[in-house]
Write a protein that binds this ligand. Structure first.
Ligand code: FAD
Length: 454
């Protein structure tokens, strides 16, 4: 017989969203139990150690606009440090020539620069019309959701380089899907959620700072405060629900509660058996959203050799297999760590290589941007997030063409005692840790509003 526990609210998933929901409910005196499938908390944020120093295998950077994140970091007594970007950046052009440059703007050439600025401004103007909390309410939502981002790029941008750069930034850098597989509205939603193109594409902003000790300290600290209320190693297999009551079962335990917050990405809800089955619109919505593909790779060196050569470690190569690289060294600067991401088509190609070929291809890409010393790391770490059973892709789940207007609002709609949270369905900070915090707090607020005297 499975042991049964009682709570006011059971939370499924101990990522940042689930833990923020539990924290908010606990603060209001509600009995909460959080059930987490993995043996650790944090989901898409995950610390590791490299030569004795913390490093992150998942989400890590915090941007100035992310107000909830800054507040949470302060409340948890954590500190931030600025990402390293002193020195010159490198840009590898279509003909394979490396350019070193200072400041924000890669030397694209006048025509491409003008075209890029105009297209980015056009995207920004459209995004400014979108309410990140309800992109489906835009008067032209259906029309914008029927156009692929690729089609918009081709219709709006004549200059090849400007088009290729914008594609690389949004499709490769955020949506982690090929540009013909998500809609213009989907892309605009992500831009609107970050408060504009600059917040999303400008490294000084989007890659502004990191948590000293690693970003997983955020969920770890919240879970520590919740203590025995967080149970890891407990995949939820079934949820029986009725108006005002829910029983959530793992293999060994059952939690009976009045409400549930299901704080897992929507692509995973189908792995849980609901009784009664969820409404048809909800089941259909889950099939219109899927995770992107990304591998995060860390190359570790005894020293950040690029700094000695006047380089920041930041480089872009829109036409290469390795499209981007950043200095990811810890605050003290030792060891030297470079981070890159293989996303969308690059990820799909990389997954079909064996480990040795993938490593050699990535190190070759790093060497093209930062010099031959990049070929000799002391270690390389990689996580393919599609291979993670309890995530199955990253950075976030996004809709198929037309899906955002057809189903977007449905994914947040409570069903009886069941409430939903996770970054994938959040508005401001969508796709980021910021969105996870907001989404978790919103689910908690909805439960507190619905049952003020529980
Ligand atoms: C490589 C990578 C880089 C990123 N970079 C950044 C960045 O720099 N900045 C940023 O802000 N964001 C970044 N992100 C995104 C950020 O990590 C996520 O937005 C955020 O962590 C999502 O939190 P969440 O709680 O919504 O979801 P998750 O973290 O996915 O949490 C869901 C939890 O539910 C659990 N779960 C799933 N199924 C079940 C089940 N059946 N039963 C019980 N538990 C279950 C999972 O194990 C997981 O712990 C990145 C993500 C990745 C992967």
């Amino acid at each position: 017989m499975a042991a049964t526990h009682d709570a006011d609210v059971v939370v499924v998933g101990a990522g940042i969203a689930g833990l923020c929901a539990a924290r908010a409910l606990h603060a209001e005196g509600r009995q909460v139990i959080v059930l987490e499938a993995r043996e650790r908390v944090g989901g898409r944020v995950w610390n590791t150690e490299v030569l004795g120093q913390p490093q992150e295998l998942g989400g890590q950077w915090i941007a100035p606009y992310q107000a909830e994140m800054h507040a949470l970091v302060a409340e948890l007594g954590l500190e931030l440090f600025p990402a390293y970007r002193e020195g010159e950046r490198t840009y590898l052009d279509a003909s394979g020539v490396v350019h070193r440059y200072e400041g924000h703007d890669a030397p694209l050439g006048e025509a491409a620069e003008r075209s890029y600025e105009a297209a980015a401004a056009a995207l920004d103007a459209l995004a400014a019309e979108i309410d990140p909390e309800a992109p489906w309410d835009h008067p032209r939502a259906a029309e914008l959701d029927a156009i692929t981002f690729e089609a918009w790029l081709r219709a709006e941008i004549e200059d090849d380089l400007a088009r290729d750069l914008l594609r690389a930034y949004l499709s490769g850098g955020y949506m982690t899907k090929p540009a013909h597989t998500f809609s213009l509205l989907g892309g605009l939603w992500t831009i609107a959620g970050a408060g504009g193109v600059e917040n999303l594409f400008e490294p000084d902003l989007c890659l502004h700072s990191r948590v000293v000790g690693g970003s997983q300290l955020i969920p770890i600290r919240i879970a520590e405060a919740l203590g025995h209320r967080v149970v890891t190693g407990s995949p939820v297999r079934s949820i029986r629900w009725s108006e005002g009551s829910v029983t959530v079962a793992t293999e060994g335990e059952r939690v009976h509660a009045r409400h549930a917050v299901i704080a897992i990405p929507p692509n995973l809800t189908g792995a849980i058996r609901f009784d009664p089955v969820l409404p048809p619109w909800r089941l259909r919505a889950e099939q219109a959203i899927s995770q992107g593909s990304v591998i995060k790779l860390l190359a570790v060196y005894d020293h950040p050799f690029w700094r000695e050569e006047g380089l920041s470690g930041e480089g872009f190569a829109p036409y290469q297999f390795v499209r981007e690289v950043y200095d990811n060294s810890p605050p003290g600067g030792e060891p030297g760590v470079l981070v890159t991401f293989l996303a969308a088509e690059k990820c799909e190609q990389a997954e079909r290589m064996d480990a040795a070929e993938r490593r050699a291809t990535v190190l070759d890409g790093l060497a093209r941007l930062l010099g031959e010393r990049a070929r000799s790391p002391v270690d390389v770490l990689e996580v393919d997030w599609s291979a993670e059973e309890w995530t199955r892709g990253a950075y976030s789940a996004t809709f198929e063409i037309g899906g955002l207007t057809r189903f977007g609002a449905d994914l947040r709609r409570p069903i009886g005692p069941l409430h939903w949270a996770c970054t994938d369905i959040s508005g401001v900070g969508n796709m980021h840790m910021e969105g996870a915090i907001r989404s978790g707090k919103a689910a908690a607020a909805a439960i507190l509003a619905a049952a003020p005297s529980d």
